[in-house]
Every structure is written in C-alpha cells, then in structure tokens.
Design a protein around this ligand. Structure first.
Ligand code: UT7
Length: 332
C-alpha cells in the first residue's frame, strides 16, 4: 500500500456582511485612507455585528458550506480543530460549539491558539491524525472575530484587523497529494510585542483591567513588522530548500495577510513572481487565523491538481512557519 498523505479535499469560507472601509476609520481615528493603503495595502475589512455573535458564527457557516460543497454529511467528520485567538469563550472550546451546531455528532474537537500562524499549526496537527490512519475526515477551521478585541481608539492596531475565516477538509490520499512538509516555529521572548494582556489567569478581568483597556490586542507594530519580514521570508526559503523547490516549482505562495509589505518581502526572497502570490488583504485586512483559508477559498477555482503551494505565516507569540503542500483536485 502507498504511503498515506493528508490532502485538502475541499475549502469554504465565510465573511460577515458589514464592510468597514478606510473612510469609515477616518471618521473614528486620526488616520487617512492614503496612510493605511500605502503602509499596509488594506482598503477595507469585514466586521461581524450582532450581540452574542462570536467567532463560531464564522466557523459554523464555513463548515456547513464545506460539507454541502463536498457532498458529505457532518456526521462523517471525525475531528474539528478550530484555530482562533478570539474563541467564543475561554471555555468550552469553540470547536465543540461548531460541531454541535453543524451536527458533527461523531467528531471530537479542540481549539488551537497560535495567533496568525494558527491555521498552519492546525493544518500540520490535523494532517498527522490523517497520516497515521486513525482519522479519515478532519476539518481545520481558521477564523477570528478580531473586532471583539480591537481597540478602535488605537490607530496603530485597529487599522489592520478584520473578521472572517474558512475551513478545509483533510482526507487520506494515496497519490502523494496533500501536505508534504511543515516547518513550525515559536519564540515566547516576543510575547510582549503583540498580545492581549488581560482576561486570562495572569490578569483576570477586573474593573481596573477594563478601565486600563487591557482586554484589547496591543502591538508594537514596528517590532512585529521587523521580525515578521525576516522570519516569514526565512522560513519560506527554508522549506523550499529542504524540499529542493526552485522558485519555478512553486505554483502559489499563500501568505498570511498582515501587511502587503511583509508579503512582498517574502515573495521576493523566494523569487516568486507577483502573479503567483495569493492576495486579498485589500478587501479583508488581517483576519489572523482566517487569512490563509480565505485565500485558498478565493483562489480555489484557479488551483489544479498537483500544484505546489507554499503556505507561510508570522504572528503573535511569536509564532511562524511554512507548509509545503500539493493541491489534490481540479476545482472546475
Ligand atoms: O498579523 C501578524 C502580526 N501583525 C503584523 O504583522 C503587523 C506588523 N506591523 C505593521 O504592519 C506595521 O508596523 C503597522 C501597519 C502596524 C504600522 O506601520 P509602520 O510603518 O510600522 O508605522 P509606525 O508604527 O512606524 O508609525 C509611523 C508613523 C508614526 O508617526 P511619527 O511618530 O512618525 O510621527 C505613527 O504615529 O505613523 C503614525 N501612525 C499612523 N498615522 C496615520 C501610526 N498609525 C497610524 C495610522 N494613521 N493608522
């Protein structure tokens, strides 16, 4: 029997309806469309509105759409990993809420928090269950409702984030398609540069933490940018070298969408042309764990069986990594 690899056999995304443009931000903080566009590449982002609506709303819609598209019953799903930093609650896991609401009654699930690298960590983790033969249908959700933890008085942070996400189905493949290799890294010494300080066990919610606005995500943008540019490019080059991939072998770079300048630096380092880089930052901004599945969903119709994809991300933690995978199907 051939070796079993874990292949993505379907992808679906969900984007909330409300569009927050740079012009709308101009009315809220001291900024301009021109500044945001030239510094980040972002023109607008989506916002999930409605009381009591958490990130599970995004995950539920993505998983429902995925099952319909693939023609499978949610009961066939063995496992759901929900990658997010904006879980509905500290506990229970959002993966369990998604499983319940979509009717994935035979799945076990858990949340995975690796900030902007969450989807890569989740994809690598889910793949191991499929490769081992223990699980046949694994769903990896990457989604965030960043508007829940963004301070719309903090112009250095609020301009880049948005809400949205997607889900992929992983299944066993005997033709050598799917995940080929992953390099995942983390460095906790960078923790203070991008974090939500309060709300966990170190600083539980108090009137003081709320007054000090410590339940919002804060970043030292310049420092994060510096580490992101170097590490995302380095790890992408490393995975190419490790797998003997030349720039010509890479059909698509699928980068985390945090800042267009970080994406450009990664593509340059890999020697990959602009038209091979998946890009939707202009429309959705940085949806944290959601960016990579949203890219795959949007570009799905252009993907062909056997295409070589390099997925790359950098984010809070610090966390970063790259995954090399072979696309397993023709969409059209
Ligand atoms: O998702 C993974 C994690 N996050 C990232 O990867 C984000 C990485 N960082 C970035 O993308 C960028 O650092 C930002 C987009 C957040 C900021 O861009 P920057 O080019 O690094 O700007 P800066 O923080 O160095 O600020 C430059 C100037 C400052 O003014 P002075 O001191 O030069 O007078 C800021 O006060 O721009 C000012 N500024 C703004 N001006 C207008 C900062 N934010 C804004 C704003 N509008 N929204």
């Amino acid at each position: 029997m051939n070796k079993i690899t874990a292949a993505i056999t379907g992808v679906h995304g969900y984007l909330p309806e409300h569009i927050m443009t740079n012009q709308e931000l101009e009315t809220m903080i001291d900024t301009t469309d021109e500044w945001i566009t030239t510094r980040t590449g972002i023109k607008e982002r989506r916002i999930l509105k409605g009381e009591g609506k958490g990130v599970s709303v995004i995950g539920i819609e993505a998983v429902k759409g995925l099952c319909e598209k693939r023609g499978i019953s949610p009961e066939e799903i063995d496992m759901i990993i929900c990658c997010t930093v904006t879980a509905d609650h500290i506990f229970p896991a959002t993966a369990n809420i998604i499983a319940d609401k979509v009717g994935a009654t035979n799945a076990f699930g858990f949340d995975l928090n690796a900030a902007c690298s969450g989807f890569l960590y989740g994809l690598a983790t889910g793949s191991k269950f499929v490769e081992s033969g223990s699980h046949k249908k694994v769903v990896v959700v990457g989604a965030d409702k960043m508007s829940a933890i963004v301070d719309y008085e903090d112009r250095a942070t609020c301009i880049i984030f948005g809400d949205g996400g997607g889900a992929v189905l992983l299944e066993p493949n005997e033709e050598g398609m799917g995940v080929q290799d992953s390099i995942l890294k983390s460095d906790g010494s960078g923790a203070q540069f991008l974090a939500q300080k309060a709300g966990g066990s170190a600083y539980p919610p108090t009137h003081e933490t709320v007054d000090a606005r410590e339940h919002f995500a804060r970043q030292d943008g310049k420092t994060v940018f510096k580490f992101a540019v170097t590490n995302m490019a380095d790890v992408s080059a490393e995975i190419m070298e490790k797998n003997n991939l030349s720039s010509g072998d890479v059909t698509w770079l699928v980068p985390h969408q945090a800042n267009k300048r970080i994406i450009d630096a990664t593509a340059r380092r890999m020697g990959v042309e602009d038209d091979k880089v998946m890009l939707n930052i202009e429309k959705y901004g940085n949806t944290t764990s959601g960016t990579i599945p949203l890219c795959l969903w949007e570009y799905e119709n252009q993907l062909k069986k056997g295409d070589n994809l390099v997925l790359a991300a950098f984010g809070g933690g610090f966390t970063w990594g790259a995954i090399y995978l072979k696309w397993a199907y023709n969409s059209k």
